[in-house]
Design a protein. Structure first.
Lengths: 139, 139
DNA sequence: TCGCGCGTGAAATTGTCCGTCAAGAGCGAC
DNA sequence: GTCGCTCTTGACGGACAATTTCACGCGCGA
């Protein structure tokens, strides 16, 4: 029900990187953290998890930093959520044999609904939204 | 996002009570707890919250106990979830001014999806499901 | 008035989240 | 090769919520 700030931070970081796609240069973690209002030491941990799930890539050394591992259109909200938590949605009831089967079905329905929604939001869409909004201001 | 066992316990309790609707007698908390595999002292607290939200009623004294406050058809999963936690879905991002508006929109989309799904599952449906299943075994 | 079961709050325990820190390892520049 | 920059990794600790148990007061029927 209540999701952690971690997922929020992760989404912000990915969006921050997506805004520079397909820029060649990598972005430093600290810079990204400052820009998104996230404690940098914490963001680093999140970025590592994102990297383990092939959502971002990293580059060491001078001029190093992070960049997206694939185009924003191929990264969904669900991907990011699954990267930082194990799953998009989890209820102890689903794995509990004591739970009546009707209830388990209900929990799974909620799970499906959330996963489908999350998987259908790509970061490309978010970029397009902000682009549209700018255009509106422009007119 | 992992939701707590509390919501699971609450759902089980309501379903347990719904199975006896519209029986007149109240069901004792301890009996309900044993039947659903829930620590009884914890269940009592949950029942109090459910009562505060007009989902169940209580009766004191001998022959006392709990019973549904309204027909199972008028109790949704969303009602129960809102009773035990404050909201069905909450992200710190939604109330955070630092969060880019596109992201806030995305979080709200998830929120809406979950709430709609939860509100569209009534406990009457769950009762019907289990009835259907029994019928299938019967054939 | 007595017994039964609800009502309520407090305490103990546990676990997870959030954030920080420090030492290690790879890459490029010189 | 050495130096500086940056990621990498693991550990640590306080804060906070979830889970559970306990103790005692209250209301209802017999």
């Amino acid at each position: 029900m209540k999701l952690s700030v971690k997922s929020d931070y992760a989404a912000r970081a990915v969006l921050g990187l997506a805004r520079h796609w397909p820029d060649v240069g990598a972005r430093r973690a600290e810079q990204l953290a400052a820009e998104q209002g996230v404690p940098s030491n914490y963001l680093v941990q999140i970025l590592i998890e994102l990297k383990a799930n092939r959502i971002v890539k990293s580059q060491r050394g001078k001029e190093g930093g992070y960049l997206l591992a694939r185009p924003p259109a191929e990264i969904s909200f669900g991907d990011v959520l699954r990267a930082v938590h194990g799953q998009v949605f989890d209820s102890p009831a689903i794995g509990d044999g004591q739970c009546p089967p009707e209830l388990r079905g209900a929990w799974k329905k909620l799970q499906k609904a959330l996963e489908n929604t999350a998987d259908n939001i790509s970061f490309q869409q978010l970029l397009d939204e902000s682009a549209d909004k700018e255009k509106m201001y422009y007119i």
